[in-house]
Design a protein around this ligand. Structure first.
Ligand SMILES: [Zn+2]
Ligand SMILES: [Zn+2]
Length: 341
């Protein structure tokens, strides 16, 4: 048995444990990836807390993976040993009505997700179906690549595929200074929208300005009034990367008639003022992760320097628990990436 290292979640609400585990098996249609970098997100914190459906524990989380193909199954045709790749972590059927309509993250026969129902990338090795792989060009680093499948592509999916933000639109980004928000902000600018950023610290307001927000507002204030003063009619879209009642209430009030509320952050207890939504005919628009096509589109945006990946911190695999704490504290200035040696 070949042993390799991984961070294993054995019990909810307990730190993950660095363990020697058996090298992952891979089927005929799968590849074995030597992980080089893995992004960490708020969802990993939710997984640790048992708030997100996953396979039975133990689980190796980590769904934002970049690495090198180390071995291939007998039926793998498009990738070979040594290829540098990033991973689209949803494993759809590519055959159902959702998949045919390009909405693979709501696949009716979803086989699972890397890092949720299948072991993920907080490990030296992970096995992944060939159809989940995207070739990584040499000009971007593994750390940059690890930011693309979720921190960047989730924003792309929300703004481009779901909200259909267009040139001249005004968009408010709640939590715009965070690991997803700074990417959403850049995508909105690339689409030609005017961006109003909402966040909590002076540092995050500064960051949002640096990435192109026209107006930045303190999330603790009654900021919807400032949006109205600035736009004179309200915003076309409010995209929320944080969930709390106060920001949702402000977000709803900041919208124009016929505007769109896009909660990227979610909670089972989601309450909002349905009267206000009714009076303004607000569209409440949900969004789920990113498809492989979204990830490929984002990769080309990064290569063309239209959008840059924002890395807030890089830690070694054994420091993952400290990393999750950083996410919990909300002080990261970009995506947290685990550098796997
Ligand atoms: Zn994630
Ligand atoms: Zn499907």
């Amino acid at each position: 048995m070949v042993e390799t290292k991984a961070m294993v979640l054995r019990e909810f609400n307990k730190p993950l444990v660095l363990e020697e585990v058996e090298e992952p098996k891979y089927g005929s249609g799968e590849v074995l990836i030597k992980v080089e970098a893995a992004g960490v997100c708020g969802t990993d914190l939710k997984i640790q807390q048992g708030m997100v459906p996953t396979k039975e524990l133990p689980l190796i989380p980590g769904h934002e993976v970049a690495g090198v193909v180390a071995a291939t199954g007998a039926k793998v045709g498009r990738f070979r040993e040594g290829d540098e790749v990033l991973v689209s972590f949803y494993i759809p059927c590519n055959n159902c009505r959702s998949c045919i309509n390009g909405r693979q993250t709501i696949c009716e026969n979803l086989k699972g997700r890397i890092g949720f129902e299948f072991n993920g990338g907080f490990a030296e090795y992970v096995s992944v179906p060939e159809e989940c792989l995207v070739l990584k060009p040499k000009e971007i680093s593994f750390q940059q690549a690890a930011v693309i499948p979720d921190a960047l592509a989730t924003c792309y999916h929300a703004l481009v595929k779901r909200a259909k933000v267009k040139k001249g639109d005004c968009i408010v980004i709640i939590g715009g200074g965070g690991g997803l928000g700074l990417h959403a902000l850049q995508i909105a600018r690339w689409l030609g929208a005017k961006v109003i950023g909402v966040d909590l610290s002076e540092e995050k307001l500064k960051l949002m300005r640096a990435y192109g927000a026209e107006l930045v507002l303190d999330g603790q204030s009654a900021w919807s009034e400032a949006v109205y003063d600035y736009t004179r009619r309200g915003a076309d879209h409010v995209v929320a990367f944080v969930y709390n009642e106060q920001s949702l209430e402000q977000g709803l009030k900041a919208l124009c008639k016929g505007g769109q509320l896009v909660p990227v952050a979610y909670s089972p207890e989601y309450t909002f003022n349905a009267l206000q939504a009714h009076l303004y005919e607000i569209d409440l628009l949900s969004t789920r992760a990113a498809t492989k096509k979204d990830i490929e589109d984002c990769l080309s945006l990064v290569i063309q320097n239209k959008v840059e990946t924002v890395i807030g911190e890089v830690l070694k695999m054994e420091a993952l628990n400290q990393g999750l704490q950083l996410i919990k504290n909300g002080n990261l200035k970009g995506r947290l990436v685990i550098d796997v040696e």
